[in-house]
Ligand binder design. Sequence first.
Ligand SMILES: CSCCC(=O)C(=O)COP(=O)(O)O
Ligand SMILES: [Mg+2]
Length: 226
Amino acid sequence: MTRAILTDIEGTTSSISFVKDVLFPYAREHLPAFVAAHGDEPETARWLAATASEAGLAADDRAGIVATLQRWIDEDRKITPLKALQGLIWADGYASGAYRAHLYAEVAARLHGWKQQGLDLYVYSSGSVAAQKLFFGFSEAGDLTPLFSGYFDTEIGGKREQASYERIAAQIGHAPADILFLSDIVEELDAARAAGLATTWLCRPPLQCPADASHACVADFDAITA
Ligand SMILES: CSCCC(=O)C(=O)COP(=O)(O)O
Ligand SMILES: [Mg+2]
């Protein structure tokens, strides 16, 4: 029996295009000025140091760190320090009204419905927890953060690793089989299933569910039975 839903964001609740064509370019463009303005503040400095360490750069090589982060954005790398810094930069864009987070048309109503049914709702995304809270706080459907009981990012582990889902299930406190994980990425669904979670694959149009889909497969949240 489903007691909790754990959802991915990009390609699942929201379009890949919003993340890649709006959020990523905003972070790329504003990164140099953000680092110049905030680089010595403790949280930003921590993530810049982590970037330098990961890239084998000197901790004070700010130009090299910025260039590395911009390259990682171009490569869509899911690296924790990049994701943390993106979240800090996106806050300004949401606050200024430069954008609101895209949601597929049925998503907000289904989230409300599941919550009213008594299901606990959680997010697991490569975007940082701070970025996830901004995303659902400034969505096209308004502030949806009251619906969610918790958020997980890559600090708990990679999304293609079974152990990440085992840790998430332990933190949520329901049996893994009672947690339904929603994602557009088969490797993530495989890892969740290996940890014992129920899975549903989102194949958003124009994609189509393959006839031999290895997970329950739907085109939108209205087709999910929870
Ligand atoms: C939290 S909003 C931005 C999402 C993001 O940065 C990203 O890389 C998308 O990853 P997901 O795990 O949601 O597919
Ligand atoms: Mg995704």
